[in-house]
Design a protein around this ligand. Structure first.
Ligand code: AMP
Length: 144
């Protein structure tokens, strides 16, 4: 069985880079670059998830509005209906949700709060380890 989101977060940590909806798109670009990440979760004053802003959204904003978009708020371009997962979600399900929704990031909700984020990179890493484990098990079985 594929591993859980909890196992991924126990390894990589639960810190999530967030911005307020009124932060500018320019600020979001700087944040993405500084942290070397592809997505920022946009949160309200109560810490609730109100949107997600990714490098894809930045490209779209610049293509549509030019450099002028950099002073606009992230809320003007972010995706508001954010798909989330829980710590119990398994990697197989993450792959299905990301493929169906055509996105590469899933915030994790834990006890009603933002409790981490998983990316397509985490999914690929986990799947590779699983495939390697399976191959080692099969080799050990054949040898025995
Ligand atoms: P990505 O592939 O993650 O860079 O995202 C591609 C598009 O999907 C962008 O417009 C994002 O705002 C949006 N997106 C990313 N993650 C999610 C998510 N978990 N739920 C809904 N939309 C998302």
């Amino acid at each position: 069985m594929s591993e859980t989101v909890k196992a991924i977060l126990d390894r990589k940590g639960r810190e999530v880079v967030t911005l307020a909806p009124q932060a500018s798109i320019g600020e979001a670009a700087t944040t993405l670059n500084e942290h070397r990440i592809g997505a920022i979760v946009v949160t309200g004053v109560d810490g609730a998830i109100v949107g997600i802003f990714t490098e894809r959204d930045l490209v779209r904003a610049v293509a549509q509005s030019g450099a002028g978009c950099l002073t606009q708020p992230v809320s003007s371009i972010m995706t508001s209906s954010v798909k989330r997962c829980s710590e119990d979600t398994r990697v197989n399900e993450l792959m299905e949700v990301m493929t169906a929704g055509r996105f590469r990031h899933l915030p994790v909700e834990h006890g009603g709060k933002l409790g981490g984020i998983v990316s397509i990179g985490d999914v690929v890493k986990s799947r590779m380890s699983e495939v390697e484990r399976e191959a080692a098990d099969i080799k050990a079985y054949i040898a025995s």
